[in-house]
Design a binder for this molecule. Structure first.
Ligand SMILES: [Zn+2]
Length: 406
């Protein structure tokens, strides 16, 4: 970190206040955690070496008392790597934390000295369940870095179709979490629907271990994208006066033009993160990055089906701040092709991504009738506030409410 200690502490305080507001908005009280992993409390879960490694990285990034050391470590290890590889002479100082919201996946509060990245865990829950659901339909050799193209490319008829009964309900639960923001509410709907307690539609530890490289790759892209927005010296505003709305609109416009740049820089940093020795291999970075866009689009389709929104035009701008997901995906895919190292890595990465897309279409056909039924049963009124129009604008205004006074 290059910023002064007091600037970092101010950023941490800002983050904690932001988190308090986010939890209050959901009617929850955040839990207070220790900043570092305590080896005495962990005992058998981690060996001493792992605890030391975790704490070494955590020490580099002071954080909020509302984030557990383990969840902070997942984000800090990515930041540590990408910050290290950032070629700019003046690297931005970053504080990172989590919030329970669903939308957007992450955001960054740009400040003069220290920027704050907030990773929204609501989306991570959706992503974990949805990825596990897709993986139930796909048989892949392990490790995929040794697989042939043929083994990674699956047609509809190659999927484990007999597993659809285990995959579709899990995806439905993921979609309900994405739409309502509530795991317990999703569980109760699942229970009503299938006459099986909602908690039964869950993921085993083995499944979680198998998909964790994909989840880590997606997080690497999300954090790298936000990091790419942080640019020291670019944002010199530190008061929020009477023209606040005009200022907000200007910032929104500037943000929209920089989204593609953030994607491309983010993709480069995320590719490097995974190609790095000892990590999962470049195929996973390709899958993690592209699956991010595909699952975002699937989530959107599901929320639209529940809300009764007919046939969205995917070529239209995503929001005031973001260009269409489809265009962003195309540009990022081109960047991956350009930068992914050996052609064989790229081909394998795209093959496995395509297989996930085939599984996604299959699962969509099997979940859509349920979503339409839920719409007819009035579920639209239970959509999370984040999924409603106007939310993002409010959120951005809150994010740029800069307070740099000591
Ligand atoms: Zn962005």
């Amino acid at each position: 970190m290059t910023a002064s200690k007091s600037a970092i502490l101010r950023a941490v305080r800002w983050l904690e206040e932001y988190q308090e507001q986010e939890y209050a908005r959901r009617g929850e009280t955040p839990t207070i955690h220790e900043e570092m992993l305590d080896p005495n409390l962990l005992q058998n879960d981690f060996d001493q070496d792992t605890v030391n490694r975790y704490n070494e990285i955590l020490r580099l990034f002071p954080g909020s008392k509302y984030d557990s050391a383990i969840s902070r470590f997942d984000l800090c290890k990515i930041l540590h790597h990408i910050r290290d590889k950032d070629p700019r002479p003046a690297k931005p100082s970053i504080v990172v934390g989590t919030s329970p919201s669903l939308v957007p996946n992450a955001c960054i509060a740009l400040r003069r000295d220290v920027s704050v990245i907030v990773h929204n865990t609501g989306f991570s829950v959706f992503f974990t369940f949805a990825t596990a659901a897709l993986a139930r339909l796909i048989e892949l050799p392990n490790p995929i870095s040794s697989a042939t193209l043929d083994q990674l490319s699956k047609k509809r008829s190659d999927l484990k179709q007999d597993m659809i009964g285990a995959a579709a309900p899990l995806m439905l639960k993921a979609m309900l979490i994405a739409a309502t923001g509530s795991l317990s509410f999703a569980d109760s709907i699942m229970g009503q629907y299938f006459k099986i307690p909602g908690e039964k539609f869950s993921i085993s530890l083995e499944e979680l271990a198998a998909i964790s490289p994909i989840l880590d790759s997606t997080n690497a892209f999300i954090i790298s994208h936000e990091y790419a927005h942080a640019n020291p010296g670019q944002w010199e505003f530190h008061t929020f006066g009477p023209e606040e709305l005009q200022f907000a609109l200007r910032l929104l416009g500037e943000n929209a033009t920089s989204e593609f740049d953030a994607d491309l820089t983010g993709a480069q940093l995320a590719l490097h993160y995974n190609a790095h020795a000892g990590r999962h291999g470049p195929e996973y970075s390709c899958l993690g990055i592209l699956l991010f866009f595909d699952l975002m689009r699937l989530q959107r389709r599901a929320i639209d089906a529940i809300g009764g929104v007919q046939a969205r035009n995917e070529e239209e701008a995503d929001s005031i701040t973001h260009p269409p997901l489809l265009n962003r995906r195309t540009r990022v895919a081109d960047t991956i092709k350009r930068l992914h190292g050996l052609p064989a890595y790229t081909e394998r990465g795209f093959a496995i991504t395509e297989t996930f897309c085939v599984a996604m279409e299959f699962i969509w056909e099997n979940t859509r009738p349920f979503l339409e039924h839920l719409h007819k049963s009035g579920l639209a009124q239970h959509l999370a506030p984040e999924c409603r129009v106007g939310w993002l604008t409010d959120d951005l205004k809150r994010l740029i409410d800069l307070d740099d006074n000591p």
